[in-house]
Design a protein around this ligand. Sequence first.
Ligand SMILES: Cc1cc2nc3c(=O)[nH]c(=O)nc-3n(C[C@H](O)[C@H](O)[C@H](O)COP(=O)(O)OP(=O)(O)OC[C@H]3O[C@@H](n4cnc5c(N)ncnc54)[C@H](O)[C@@H]3O)c2cc1C
Length: 415
Amino acid sequence: MTRYSVFAIAREALRNHQGWSRAWASPEPKAAYDAIIIGAGGHGLATAYYLGKNHGITNVAVIEKGWLGGGNTGRNTTIIRSNYLQDPSAALYEKARSLYETLSQDLNFNVMFSPRGLLMLAQTHHEVRGYMRTVHANMLQGVSTEWIAPARVKELVPIINIDGPRYPVLGALYQARGGTARHDAVAWGYARACSDMGMHILQQCEVKGVRSEAGRVTGVETTRGFIGTKKLGIVVAGHSGQVAEMAGFRLPIEAVALQALVSEPIKPCMDVVVMANTVHGYMSQSDKGEMVIGGGTDGFNNFTQRGSFQHIEETLRALVETFPMISRLKMLRQWGGIVDMTGDRSPIISRTPLGNCFINCGWGTGGFKAIPGSGWAMAELMAKGEPGPLAAAFGMERFREGRFIDESVAAGVAH
Ligand SMILES: Cc1cc2nc3c(=O)[nH]c(=O)nc-3n(C[C@H](O)[C@H](O)[C@H](O)COP(=O)(O)OP(=O)(O)OC[C@H]3O[C@@H](n4cnc5c(N)ncnc54)[C@H](O)[C@@H]3O)c2cc1C
């Protein structure tokens, strides 16, 4: 694989860019692998990458029914933060955020991590108390966040209206090293690094069944034939329920569509990410100048990956008091992704009733930010058969035992 560098760019510029090799290979499936991961979203690819990098397991296939990164990974609004309330979540999301800091160098692929700062606005007294509590919890957890007053909010976000008649801005929970990254690049960077380690990424290959014997998976039935494996990782987000059913167990998960939209590109006007959870909307500006706007989930279970006019109206109506300038913007595109929601709004990184089968799902509306940490923890679980410290609290038995990791405040708004 050609190493990307300033010298490689200069060399290729001199030879009309004819010397670049393909970023990843598209091989034929082998009869069997040491490990198979279903789902080439960010979480599946990161799991494969850390299986190779941290545990030396490289005879791995990542099986994808569509194209890699074409699920939620390529559909999200790219917000990265780690200001969660509960200790296990803060540890996991902060691990992910800190891995993002050097991910471009680690993968030799520019994932455009932009720690531009993230604000969660408090627009009710209840929210003020809630976010102050989170700031205190974050201090104890070693996550760097602070409470800022309305005047500082206005300084950071000149286009904001802090004196709204219904929902004035009373302050914000601020994470200076939160921000965004380029979502496709995260998937592509991991895919390229996996392919470089000799792993197979099998696109256009749908898993239709899971074969097992005596409580252990032996392989998967796919649209490209049966493929054997010693270990299986299920990392399919909104389709977790269906694939778990193929493996013979049920999950405490529901699938709903989550929508987002972008405006026409405009001149730079906001260089932080702002979330307004009371009114239910959030916004950042992309490098192209579009305002990237996220709203809520559909109020019913579905598998559509489309946006709807009703959501545009609802989300913009919610945000316009706080950002009056958006009333003058034309909206350009809208879309949806199928997110996998658990009851406590925390993910599942878990063993399953099948001895050598593991599952990673339940990231709901907020799993992009977690990709590196999640892959790290899932790889450890698959390699050792036991969860490490990052994943230990996220087993699915917590729903049976009533040991919830309640993040419905931190994850209350779609992000
Ligand atoms: C509109 C929207 C906005 C969001 N905004 C944010 C945000 O700002 N910040 C944030 O942190 N998170 C955000 N999220 C959530 C985030 O996108 C997801 O949590 C994350 O991308 C999940 O990644 P994944 O790898 O688990 O799933 P996916 O990227 O969905 O990958 C799963 C893959 O599995 C494949 N698959 C499914 N079934 C099969 C099968 N039978 N055989 C083979 N392959 C299969 C799918 O095709 C898919 O490619 C948002 C989500 C949406 C939809």
